[in-house]
Write a protein of this length. Structure first.
Length: 114
């Protein structure tokens, strides 16, 4: 069974930074798949935040451009989301997903508040 495990969520003050990790296990083809980070805030629909392709191209939703950076380590089967200049509106549960597959992580809570 493929497993995706997110970590790194925390309570942080506005303007702060966090780095989320998504560790993928029991899957030998990580390097061949895109990795997506989504988030879901209370009362809102889940939205796609960032994507990194199998060749390292990246894409971001407009609201995080210039503040978030997605990356991956194919040797460690891990993807990352570096989040800087965090705002209260970034508060959400953040999920990683392997491409367009059914494989999702369980989510990690990010709360931005003073």
């Amino acid at each position: 069974q493929v497993q995706l495990v997110e970590s790194g969520g925390d309570l942080v003050q506005p303007g702060g930074s966090l780095t989320l990790s998504c560790a993928v296990s029991r899957f030998a083809y990580f390097r061949n798949f895109n990795v997506n980070w989504y988030r879901q805030a209370p009362g809102k629909e889940r939205e796609l935040v960032a994507t990194i392709t199998n060749i390292g191209s990246t894409n971001y939703v407009d609201s995080v451009k210039g503040r978030f950076t997605i990356s991956r380590d194919n040797f460690e089967n891990t993807a990352y989301l570096q989040m800087n200049s965090l705002k209260p509106e970034d508060t959400a549960v953040y999920y990683c997903r392997l491409g367009q597959t059914e494989y999702w992580g369980q989510g990690t809570q990010v709360t931005v508040s003073s």
